[in-house]
Design a protein around this ligand. Structure first.
Ligand SMILES: [Fe+2]
Length: 403
């Protein structure tokens, strides 16, 4: 187990304003200076004064849950130990999907409308394999990957959206494997129209002008035309590409469809697309916690999103998805390791104190039985970065646009 999962005792000079106090901090005269549970982000720019105050009271070290959050690898280790209903897709498969998306994207960006036949073939077969992975277990296949570089965003995002869309499809249409296959593959392709959007607009780190947004809004139709040109004739796959920015209330684009007039595959992709975008760091904003992302999406159900699809997301992930670090009502802190469909607020939590290395004293709390409840979520496990060497997509997009 990596040290990062442990609560840490650190010198007061080293506290970061994203740390979280794990034990009461008392002065040499036993006066309470910082109660357990304080989120140091509250101090913001006053951190310096806080450090001075603590030192003047004779405090040299405090126990915190440090800013460095557990990695996906840590979480996987935990999950293996508790065998929760969570599964990760094979890392090599994830890398293959991201690399292929990069290759296709580069070709479209450099060749425009004149792209070669059969360009989508590798993606179609990878989509099929991903769908098999999703179907092979009843577990949630977590979308736990993040991009290493800004340019990779579209590719890694597309993979994550494919995994979550396929999972939602399997829950909404149990037993319909062909449907899951089409949604997964369609979602892998859903943003390829963006390869035809100029990079300075796509990656603009500031608010888009109306004219720029109008350009961005052309990507579903560009992607749809590209897919047709590549010989994709399946209606459901095509609707994912064309319809993933339609909104339940009719205010989306490009066709301003409303409610059930929007094909179900597009309604599924829309939820997965926004969920992954919200939980990913972007140049212009920090990632939301999964809990916040779910709250935002629930708040938009019936407006932006199909309430039926949102309900499935909520039932599947719960309010506290695996990987979220939570504070319990007794003040203890732990990582959510498994969730129960139908019980949104009472997952199983592994206590942080047990992550300090005692392999044999695994302490799991099933909140359905313990009488404890979650006071709040603190942060979530760090997503895994797909390694540069494995991806070999360095400079891919930039190079393509220069060509
Ligand atoms: Fe899109």
């Amino acid at each position: 187990m990596e040290q990062s999962l442990s609560a840490q005792e650190i010198p007061v000079e080293d506290i970061a304003t994203r740390d979280f106090v794990l034990a009461d901090v008392v002065s040499a005269k036993k006066a309470l200076l910082l109660p357990k549970g304080v989120d140091l982000s509250w101090f913001g720019s006053a951190k310096k004064r806080l450090v001075q105050r603590l030192k003047s009271e004779g405090v040299t070290h405090i126990r915190v849950f440090a800013e460095k959050t557990p990695s996906v690898r840590d979480l996987e280790e935990l999950i293996q130990r508790v065998r929760g209903p969570v599964k990760q897709i094979d890392r090599a498969l994830a890398c293959q999907a991201v690399r292929q998306l990069g290759d296709v994207y580069r070709r479209i960006a450099s060749d425009g409308d004149g792209v070669t036949e059969g360009l989508f073939e590798p993606l179609l077969s990878t989509g099929h394999i991903l769908a098999q992975e999703i179907l092979s277990s009843q577990a949630i296949t977590l979308s736990l990957y993040k991009m290493r570089q800004w340019d990779e965003y579209t590719f890694v995002h597309s993979l994550n959206v494919a995994l979550l869309s396929g999972f939602l499809a399997s829950r909404l249409r149990p037993g319909d494997n062909a449907f899951v296959n089409k949604i997964t593959t369609g979602s892998l392709l859903h943003d390829l129209g963006k390869a035809m959007i100029p990079l300075h607009i796509l990656n603009k780190p500031a608010k888009l002008t109306d004219a720029e947004f109008a350009v961005i809004k052309t990507h579903p139709i560009k992607g749809f035309e590209l897919a047709l040109q590549q010989g994709i004739s399946d209606e459901e796959m095509l609707t994912v590409v064309r319809g993933h920015h339609e909104r339940w209330n009719g205010n989306g684009y490009p066709d301003r469809l409303r409610g059930e007039a929007i094909p179900l595959p597009a309604r599924i992709d829309a939820v997965a697309d926004v969920f992954d975008a919200l939980t990913t760091n972007r140049i212009y904003k920090e990632a939301e916690s999964p809990k916040n992302a779910i709250s935002i999406i629930v708040g938009d159900a019936g407006d932006h999103f199909d309430p039926g699809v949102v309900r499935e997301l909520l039932l599947s992930l719960g309010l506290y998805p695996p990987g979220v670090i939570v504070e319990l009502s007794d003040g203890s802190v732990g990582v959510v390791v498994s969730t129960f469909p139908g019980d949104l607020v009472r997952p199983t939590v592994m206590l942080l104190a047990d992550l300090e290395g005692q392999e044999n004293s695994l302490h799991l709390v099933d909140l359905r039985e313990s009488g404890l409840y979650i006071r709040r979520s603190i942060k979530s496990v760090d997503k895994r970065t797909l390694d540069q060497e494995e991806l070999a997509v360095n400079g891919l997009v930039e190079g393509a646009h220069k060509a």
